[in-house]
Design a protein around this ligand. Structure first.
Ligand code: PNS
Length: 187
């Protein structure tokens, strides 16, 4: 059944208030990333993760030392558009240490995706570092659908910049925006 976004938001606020009154602890997860740009793989994982927690924070890294292709505002806008009908999914930005942000948000879980063995070493290192820094936080790994497991933001940027079709790599509602932005890139 389709429920308009604003009704969902009212229900979420009411539900959160009731849970707070009865001191029911919420399961809060953080799905961090660069999202430069968001792909079908990210979208797949976010929907899977949202079923495991009461509230999912999709946290976009703001790292002034890096120069992403898409600005922080664009990356946030794409994600917000994608999940505007999902009141339990919040799109936010963070800088500095992820574990500090997770503590600030009272999250118990960090959610990351693993697509292939090649992801494992980096993810393993990051998860163990985060555990050392914040033993109370648990990292949860999820796998995307098979056909989404070969997609990466880098592949999207490369195909799009060279004039290729990015259908099936990014969510359909963002395809035109991401395509035109990548084609307007100058070198
Ligand atoms: O999408 P990405 O680029 O693989 O995401 C990497 C991200 C943002 C999760 C990671 O770089 C990160 O958590 N950065 C914040 C800095 C931090 O906490 N570093 C310590 C963990 S190794």
């Amino acid at each position: 059944m389709y429920v308009p976004g604003y009704i969902n938001q009212i229900l979420t606020v009411a539900e959160t208030a009731i849970l707070a009154i009865y001191e029911v602890p919420l399961r809060i997860g953080i799905y961090p990333g660069s999202f430069d740009p968001v792909t079908l793989g990210h979208w797949d994982l976010i929907l899977r993760a949202s079923k495991l927690v009461d509230r999912l924070i999709v946290a976009v890294l703001h790292n002034p030392a890096k120069s992403p292709t898409f600005s922080l505002e664009e990356r946030m806008e794409f994600l917000s558009l994608l999940f505007k009908e999902h009141p339990y999914i919040e799109v936010a930005t963070f800088h500095g240490l992820l574990v500090e942000y997770a503590r600030q948000k009272e999250a118990q879980f960090i959610i990351r995706g693993v697509r292939a063995f090649s992801d494992f070493e980096y993810e393993f290192q990051m998860a163990l570092t985060n555990r050392k820094l914040a033993p109370e936080l648990e990292t949860v790994f999820l796998m995307p659908k098979e056909e989404n497991s070969v997609i990466s933001s880098r592949i999207v940027r490369e195909v799009g910049t060279m004039g290729g079709d990015i259908s099936g790599l990014v969510p359909e509602i963002l395809k035109d925006r991401i395509t035109s932005r990548l084609r307007s890139r100058t070198y």
